[in-house]
Design a protein around this ligand. Structure first.
Ligand SMILES: *[C@@H]1O[C@H](CO)[C@@H](O)[C@H](O)[C@H]1NC(C)=O
Length: 145
């Protein structure tokens, strides 16, 4: 297999972005959340060889009343419920450092039960450049009263 000298750094970059990806471990997709109640959001950042520099983390809640689907979670964050930095640590899950956050679902009377999503936007730096990466993850939930 031959790779050009240009392709190699690009492949390494793509691979390292994938290795740095975090995800929302909790709540699980399809979970029920209640207006005005607390929800534990677990952000998992799998252990990887290359460290990343965490810049910022935003957790938000987007109510998506039918018939429209949830909007783009990078450009329309909904209610911002946490702004800070991800500091994932090793706990009981091997190879999967995480951090638990507790957010409170807004309690608007004009929100009816329906679909919603919890959104994670994570800004971090990776590699020797380094490169700036904005990662967006969502989990679909059901809002109940
Ligand atoms: C994070 O939250 C989960 C779910 O509630 C819990 O099982 C776990 O013990 C928590 N971890 C820490 C370090 O508090």
């Amino acid at each position: 297999m031959k790779l050009t000298s240009l392709a190699l750094p690009l492949l390494a970059f793509v691979a390292s972005v994938a290795a740095q990806a975090s995800h929302i471990g909790l709540p699980k997709a399809g979970s029920i959340v209640h207006k005005g109640k607390k929800v534990k959001v677990q952000v998992v950042k799998p252990n990887s060889i290359e460290g990343s520099i965490e810049v910022g983390l935003v957790l938000s809640f987007q109510y998506c009343p039918p018939p429209d689907p949830c909007p783009n979670p990078t450009f329309d964050l909904g209610n911002v419920l946490y702004v800070g930095k991800l500091n994932a640590k090793f706990h009981e899950i091997p190879g999967e450092p995480y951090q638990n956050f507790t957010i409170t679902i807004p309690d608007y009377s004009f929100w009816n039960p329906g679909p919603a999503q919890i959104i994670e936007n994570r800004f971090h730096l990776i590699g020797g450049g380094p490169a700036a990466v904005l990662e967006t993850n969502t989990v679909a939930v059901q809002l109940k009263n």
